[in-house]
Design a protein around this ligand. Structure first.
Ligand code: F6P
Length: 548
């Protein structure tokens, strides 16, 4: 197969890029009033407006030509067929099976995984119902009031984000907490106000070997046993979600409280599995099933819609357009929704752990850019932090703006202000503010001509910053499922284009290995000399500061 930069569409896109030098987004709208209609895509009430981008129909058709030359349809079929597209770990990437509401069998190694998926879903329903109704209690017979999820990365971020997002659907008598950091402060912050008799711990770890999770889980077990005064309590207060059933059993989790995970589910794509148990406990299994159903609708759309009208494909190819042809290095995710505050952090892992790779599927260095740096925050908080750089800085950044038409609260005036900011920012990014407008504004503020002249350069906004707008009726479980699946497929498509394996994460290993060997060196007072002078110096300075 030809490498990406040798595809005919790559050459054509490189040429096509030339015509965009000096182009102004606002001119595109002046030239064509129907741009919004032409360049917005919809799946039910879920709208993706891509009109504020440097695109014409020709751009899109070249990008889709690139998708076809990179054999996206064949890769999609491979994913769907359970082929081991995660070739470095020899694993399938079949997370769509976890929300498969069609009757389609999903095969891995020739076996349909759907019976196992449905068995675990039933187990989740049974367990979450029993906890929520108080049928299942702690060791001393008290109803559980707090659930602590102990996990990190894909066993934490997605679940935490969804619980916060679906807070309006939550039970009022169960709180969820997410313990991820090995920093002891995190453990203390969370357990400080908890009653061990009413606390349920979920150890969420696909491998059941992740150091942070295992150490936190052991500390939690100790905390529980010490405070309750009986080691038998562990059986009632700990459940595990893992593909390593042996290790979970050894930890002390009762067999019926282990929820199985499979190696064909990547950690950062696992919130649809039993890793989502905190969601089911918090909002109830019916809402969790709605969440899966929403994702399934996005899957069906991704698998069946023609590429020009395909939301994930378009989103992915726009990213490729900017990253590979405009040299864009950073992408902002800006949900105008406090409940989606966790989305940027979740997407940091989903996008950067998946596509932050520099070696292609043939083991050759990629001679083109791959994943950008993904960052963001909830609007309007982000506006008061990093938007200055987005508007007037020297980095060219693309952004996704996300909002619900209807809030989940009844403070209408708040939502009006929030959504006005959402509209205003995308408009400001695109149109900017030219010299004449800036002078007018300064005059209105009462400045004299001399001041106007000196302030003018700082008051100009060049605009011309492309953004995607996402809008839907309400952030209900179904819509949230669609939104996350949209990003998952976007990541998959981009991985295909960049010819990389989006499903391994070798880049996290080196630091982990070094930390383990350094841990063995820091116990005593001996001077460390085995590293470079900076690392030696830092370790020895630490020993000095720490004292005896
Ligand atoms: O950060 C590396 C990683 O392997 C992630 O991919 C994963 O989500 C996380 O660690 C947690 O892994 P586990 O669920 O096995 O504890």
């Amino acid at each position: 197969m030809a490498y990406l930069t040798q595809f005919p569409a790559w050459t054509k896109l490189t040429e096509h890029r030339q015509q965009w030098f000096g182009a102004q987004l606002r001119d595109l709208f002046q030239e064509d009033e129907s741009r919004f209609e032409k360049f917005s895509l919809q799946l039910d009430d879920f709208l993706l407006d891509i009109s504020k981008h440097f695109i014409t129909e020709e751009t899109l058709s070249l990008l889709l030509q690139l998708a076809n030359e990179a054999t996206l349809p064949a890769w999609t079929n491979k994913m769907l067929a359970g082929d081991k597209i995660n070739h470095t770990e020899s694993r399938a990437a079949l997370h769509i099976a976890l929300r498969n509401k069609s009757k389609r069998p999903m095969l891995v190694d020739g076996l349909d995984v759907m019976p196992s998926v449905n068995r675990v879903l039933r187990q989740m329903r049974h367990f979450s119902d029993a906890v929520r109704t108080g049928q299942l209690t702690g060791f001393t017979g008290k109803k559980f009031t707090d659930v602590v999820n102990i996990g990190v990365g894909g066993s934490d971020l997605g679940t935490a984000m969804v619980c916060e997002a679906l807070d309006p659907y939550a039970s009022k008598d169960i709180n969820v907490h997410f313990l991820s950091n090995i920093d002891g402060n995190h453990f203390q912050q969370i357990t400080r106000h908890l009653n061990p008799e009413t606390t349920l711990f979920i150890v969420a770890s696909k491998t059941f070997t992740t150091q942070e999770t295992m150490v936190n889980a052991e500390t939690a077990r100790l905390w529980l046993v010490n405070l309750i005064g009986d080691s038998q309590a562990v059986t009632d207060h700990f459940v595990a979600i893992s593909s390593n059933i042996g290790a979970a059993t050894k930890f002390g989790v009762a067999k019926e409280n282990i929820f199985e995970l499979w190696d064909w589910v990547g950690g950062r794509f696992s919130l649809w599995s039993a890793i989502g148990l905190p969601i089911a406990l918090y909002v109830g299994m019916d809402h969790f099933e709605d969440f899966l159903a929403g994702a399934c609708e996005m899957d069906e759309h991704f698998l069946t819609a023609d590429y020009r009208n395909n939301l994930p494909v378009m989103m992915a190819m726009l990213g490729v357009w900017y990253i590979n042809f405009f040299d864009v290095r950073a992408h902002a995710v800006l949900p105008y929704d406090q409940q989606l505050r966790g989305l940027p952090a979740y997407l940091c892992q989903a996008e950067m752990e998946s596509n932050g790779k520099g070696v292609d599927r043939q083991g050759k260095p990629a001679d083109y850019l791959t994943s950008p740096i993904v960052f963001g925050d909830a609007g309007t908080d982000g506006q008061h932090s990093f938007y200055q750089l987005l508007h007037q800085g020297t980095q060219f950044t693309t952004s996704d703006f996300i909002v619900a038409a209807r809030p989940s609260h009844n403070m209408e005036s708040h939502h009006e202000i929030l959504i006005s900011n959402y509209f205003a920012q995308t408009e400001a990014f695109m149109n900017g503010r030219g010299e004449n407008e800036a002078i007018k504004s300064l005059k209105q503020q009462g400045y004299d001509d001399k001041m106007i002249k000196s302030l003018l350069p700082y008051k100009i906004f060049s605009g011309n910053k492309p953004s995607t707008s996402i809008m839907y009726k309400q952030l209900d479980p179904k819509t949230l499922g669609k939104l996350i699946a949209l990003y998952e497929h976007k990541i998959f498509v981009q991985g295909v284009i960049w010819n990389i394996n989006s499903f391994d994460q070798m880049g996290v290993e080196l630091g982990k290995e070094l930390a383990r060997s350094i841990q063995a060196e820091i116990h005593d007072e001996k001077q460390v000399t085995s590293h470079d002078s900076s690392t030696n110096g830092l370790i020895n300075y630490y020993k000095k500061l720490r004292g005896n």
